[in-house]
Structures are given as structure tokens and as C-alpha cells.
Write a protein that binds this ligand. Structure first.
Ligand code: SF4
Length: 253
């Protein structure tokens, strides 16, 4: 059984094998995604997700590189002072928007423009009702429309479609993607887009488990990537998946 050398925080720095240099190395047991998700479900609780597409897009754009707690505070301030409807955002004074944007990290002016752009797309192309308009579209067309919003690519569009009940499709964000690669469930490709595509296929193989399971999968993988399977120094010693994890390097994820 390979024993990974860990530093004080649990990251791997090499491999040694019990039984001397000629002992047969044993790979970790192959992990099945549903088993991994079941293991993670004992570790993390799930908070109810946002189910409105307009709010989800605003949430993703409310700050830059800030944690969820900070994001939640700003999101609530936005709700109280500006409101979550496109017309209110377009009518708001720029100074009021900038006041909130300045609390959310770098490039606040860009963020203000993005909020206005999000609102303008919804007013112009969805008669002010993004959720209602998306419901009239086939999933592929809805995905194309969602990708026109700032900071929404394929992963973001899939998340909106899944969590807003518009399509039961696989979705994973960057933290979850890192976990899937390290577990050995998804090959690391040359580009993020290709790795994401493989991940969507790997999760999609279990799509018959239904939308609730797909949402749970997204949420637990993200949480695990944020809490234990961090980008730097993953805490494998505390991880319930350590014995079945392939520990594949996920450089850049
Ligand atoms: S899934 Fe667990 S064991 Fe595997 S690299 Fe991440 S923290 Fe370590």
C-alpha cells in the first residue's frame, strides 16, 4: 500500500512503499463517483441554493475573489438598497452601485458596468423576466442565452439550468473539478474547457439519479474543494476519501 509522504498540512511530496524497494506497489481502489458523493454527504451540510436565474447571475458577479460569507453580505446589501429586479438596477444611481461594488474586491467600476449590462440584457431581450423567458426556450438555446451574461461560461450556464430547474444536467465548478481530477475520475486535459467537458460526461453517466442528486453532487464537490481538497496543501489526512483517492496532481486547478 503506497504511503504518501505528507507535509504538516497533509499535501503529498512523494511516494514510499511499505516492504522495501522491490515490493509490488498497489494502486488505490478505483473510486465510483456515487460512493465518493455518499462519503462527502456525511461531512458537509447543504444549504438551499438560489433558484432564480437572475439572482444566480448577480450572485456570481457581486464580487471578485471573495468568499461566500462576504458575497452573502454584499448580496443582501444589494437586495436592500438596489433590489433584485432589472429595472431597479438600471434606475439606480451609479454612485449607489459603486458604493456596494467597492466592497467586493478589485475593479469595482467594471462590476457596476456588468450589473447594468446584466439588467439591460434582461430588459431588452426577456421583457424583464429572465426566468420566464428561459422557460420558453429549449435547454440548448437557454444555455446560449445565459452565456451572453458577464462571467457566465459553460459551467455557469449549466449551473443556472440545473439549480433553477430548467434542465437536469451535470454541472461542476472549479473546486469540484479539482476534486474529480485528484480522485482519478476525470483526466486532466490541456484546457479547462476540455477537462470540464470530461467532468460533465463523468457526472452525466449518473444523470438518471435525477436533478436532486446532480445538485448534491455539484454542491458537495465544491464544498470539498473549498474546505479540504484545497488548491494548495490538500488536507488528505482529514479526508474520508483518502484510501480510495488516486491523488492525481491537478496543477492549475
Ligand atoms: S480528495 Fe481527499 S484524499 Fe484526494 S486529494 Fe483531495 S483531500 Fe486528498
Amino acid at each position: 500500500m503506497p504511503d504518501r509522504l505528507r507535509n504538516s498540512t497533509g499535501s503529498q511530496s512523494g511516494l514510499i512503499f511499505r516492504g522495501g524497494p522491490f515490493a509490488e506497489p498497489q494502486l488505490p481502489r478505483a473510486v465510483a463517483l456515487p460512493d465518493a458523493i455518499a462519503g462527502l454527504s456525511k461531512l458537509y451540510s447543504i444549504t438551499p441554493p438560489l433558484t432564480d436565474p437572475f439572482q444566480q447571475i448577480l450572485w456570481d458577479n457581486i464580487g471578485y475573489l471573495i468568499d461566500d460569507d462576504r458575497r452573502a453580505v454584499l448580496f443582501e446589501e444589494f437586495r436592500v438598497t438596489i433590489g433584485f429586479d432589472p429595472a431597479s438596477i438600471l434606475a439606480a444611481r451609479r454612485a449607489s452601485l459603486l458604493l456596494i461594488a467597492r466592497k467586493g474586491g478589485m475593479n469595482p467600476e467594471t462590476r457596476v458596468e456588468r450589473w447594468r449590462e446584466i439588467a439591460a440584457i434582461v430588459v431588452r431581450e426577456c421583457k424583464g423576466d429572465l426566468a420566464g423567458h428561459l422557460r420558453t426556450l429549449a435547454p440548448a438555446k437557454a444555455r446560449t442565452l445565459l452565456k451572453r451574461f458577464p462571467a457566465i461560461g459553460n459551467p455557469g450556464a449549466d449551473k443556472v439550468l440545473l439549480f433553477c430547474g430548467l434542465d437536469a444536467r451535470p454541472s461542476v465548478e472549479s473546486n469540484g473539478l479539482r476534486v474529480l481530477v485528484r480522485l482519478g475520475l476525470v483526466p486532466m486535459a490541456a484546457s479547462y474547457a476540455k477537462t470540464y467537458k470530461s467532468a460533465a460526461a463523468a457526472i452525466g453517466a449518473f444523470a438518471t439519479r435525477g436533478r436532486e442528486w446532480l445538485m448534491t453532487c455539484h454542491t458537495l464537490l465544491r464544498e470539498h474543494g473549498r474546505v479540504l481538497c484545497k488548491r494548495n496543501n490538500p488536507r488528505c489526512i482529514a479526508c474520508p476519501l483518502d484510501s480510495i483517492c488516486a491523488h492525481v496532481p491537478a496543477k492549475g486547478l
